[in-house]
Design a protein around this ligand. Structure first.
Ligand SMILES: Cc1cc2nc3c(=O)[nH]c(=O)nc-3n(C[C@H](O)[C@H](O)[C@H](O)COP(=O)(O)OP(=O)(O)OC[C@H]3O[C@@H](n4cnc5c(N)ncnc54)[C@H](O)[C@@H]3O)c2cc1C
Length: 498
């Protein structure tokens, strides 16, 4: 049974607040009855995964003549996709720690070759998103440039230098990447780090490709392009409670609106997936958690010609992008929030985006002025103006679940984006559309994302994100957790929310 209607009113993000006009899809088909014809592809959830799914399924030559209905519990991008940092930023070599650490220690447990495939995939996602926005001529505040990953402690700097060497060597052994220009640079010079990043205690930084986008406008654009084909539609306020197979068709039960019949159903429900899959290994594999972000209006010292040039992730927790005109969107990595003591694990591991804990609001309000060397004084109306929360979905091995649900013919899933959906979704769903329509796995999609019984089995050795004791407000195991998942601000610094 899904947890809908939700027993709370969600916070509102900068993105959701700035795409309210008649060009948006708020309230789309809210009062329209459900389709009565059998639908070829029902997509559950209209976040980035659901809207890109609808987009890919309606591209010429993919599923010509077939119908698509997207059933969304609330409004389009009312979940994480409308609440994130807007950072479409591929993993750098710094992620090798997380990707290659053993599963039993909270890593993804990949070989270096598999890790390189994941990194290369994310790089291709950015290229794909950029090309699509260009080709479709979408006005979604897209920026493509460079991200800097700032290190402020010696152990973290050493770790980055080691990972850089490891990555360069592994690229040279990789058949597709051998001889190609590395897209990331690692800069160890402290003075250069301070100057380039404007972070007062920076001692080293990496630099590589990144993008940012208005995610609410982007999800809307994908959905509108699907609707424009005349073969797809979005139904808002349609929470799906269950899907069961009856005579070769999926019967999808929508809260108080009835049943939609479908030949295929694709769950794009991310953090909410466990509610619909209770009792299945999927529910055990996925853990919802909260993250928060703020829209910061910069003072004059960071405006106009002094506006930031790069997007950022920073060792002590923050990630930060800028909108073209409306300032910075700043977030704090969830595990660091816990380590810094601004959120308890009980507050963190919830599926509730109705509140932002006071500790984290304060941290978000203070970060820029405390850390940018020349930030200066904020006038009234400058600084963190809007603060919100969203729900993400951790997975046991930090990788998403993309593919057919084991043992359920005609049922598929794209979920579990572990804080990195913007960097993974657009191509995950493109290749999933190929799998659904041709039964072929595209080699462009890392095989490690496939949903298999064996993966569920293996995942059991991963440390729990939260224990029952912590869920009930008992002792926090912050340190153990942090080092287990390779996220400590000691020598393993890998952010999964960027
Ligand atoms: C504060 C914050 C900052 C983040 N920053 C970044 C970042 O900068 N870069 C990055 O790559 N990632 C970031 N993320 C993560 C990123 O937002 C997610 O990985 C991504 O948006 C997931 O997209 P999705 O479509 O899978 O899920 P969602 O956007 O959550 O969409 C799921 C949709 O399904 C609907 N739904 C759920 N259950 C049902 C049901 N039973 N019936 C019908 N509908 C249902 C929900 O209402 C929701 O609209 C951030 C997330 C947060 C919260």
């Amino acid at each position: 049974m899904s947890k809908w209607p939700q027993p709370f009113v969600s916070t509102v993000s900068h993105w959701q607040a700035t795409n309210r006009g008649r060009k948006s899809l708020y309230n789309h088909n809210k009062e329209t009855p459900l389709p009565t014809d059998v639908i070829d592809y029902v997509v559950v959830g209209a976040g980035m995964a659901g809207t890109t799914m609808a987009y890919h399924l309606t591209r010429p030559g993919i599923a010509d003549g077939k119908t698509v209905a997207v059933l969304e519990a609330k409004d389009l991008a009312s979940g994480a996709s409308g609440r994130n940092g807007g950072h479409c930023a591929p993993f750098s070599f710094g992620s090798l720690t997380l990707l290659c650490d053993p599963l039993s220690e909270g890593g993804a447990g990949l070989t270096i070759e598999e890790a390189i495939e994941v990194m290369d995939f994310e790089k291709r996602v950015l290229e794909y998103v950029s090309e699509t926005i260009d080709k479709e001529n979408w006005d979604v505040d897209f920026w493509k440039g460079e991200k800097v990953e700032v290190r402020i402690s010696e152990p973290a700097k050493v770790q980055m230098a080691e990972n850089y060497q490891k990555w360069i060597a592994a690229r040279e052994n990789h058949p597709k990447l051998k001889g190609t220009e590395p897209e990331w640079a690692w800069i160890e010079d402290e003075a250069e780090a301070k100057k380039a990043t404007r972070i007062h205690n920076a001692i080293g930084y990496s630099k590589g490709p990144a993008g940012s986008v208005h995610p609410h406008k982007l999800a809307t654009a994908y959905m509108k392009a699907a609707i424009a084909t005349g073969r797809a539609d979005l139904y808002s306020y349609c929470p799906v409670h269950s899907a069961k197979k009856v005579d070769d068709l999926w019967e999808i039960e929508v809260h108080d609106k009835g049943i939609v019949k479908a030949r295929n159903v694709i769950f794009c429900t991310n953090a909410h997936t466990p509610h619909v899959f209770q009792g299945s290994p999927i529910a055990d594999y996925l853990v919802p958690f909260q993250a928060q972000a703020a829209n910061v209006t910069p003072p004059l010292s960071f405006s106009g010609s002094k506006y930031l040039n790069n997007s950022y992730t920073i060792e002590d927790g923050p990630y930060l992008i800028f909108t073209p005109d409306a300032g910075i969107v700043l977030g704090l990595h969830h595990a660091t929030a816990h380590e810094l003591g601004v959120m308890t694990k009980q507050e963190l591991y919830v599926d509730d985006d109705a509140y932002v804990a006071e500790g984290i609001s304060k941290w978000l309000r203070d970060y820029c002025k405390n850390n940018f060397s020349d930030w200066g004084t904020e006038a009234p109306g400058e600084g963190a103006m809007r603060i919100w929360a969203g729900m993400l979905c951790a997975t046991k091995d930090t990788l998403p679940l993309i593919g057919q649900v084991p043992g359920k013919e005609g049922m598929y899933m794209a979920a579990g984006f572990h804080g990195h959906g913007m960097a993974r979704i657009a191509l995950s769903t493109k290749y999933l559309a190929k799998l659904i329509t041709t039964n072929e796995w595209d080699e462009g999609l890392p095989k490690t994302f496939d949903i298999t019984e064996e993966r569920f089995e293996r995942g059991q050795i991963a440390p729990p994100f939260i224990t029952e004791q912590e869920r009930n407000g008992g002792d926090s195991l912050a340190g153990k957790f942090m080092s287990a998942v390779g996220l400590s601000s000691g020598n393993k610094v890998v952010s999964v929310v960027r």
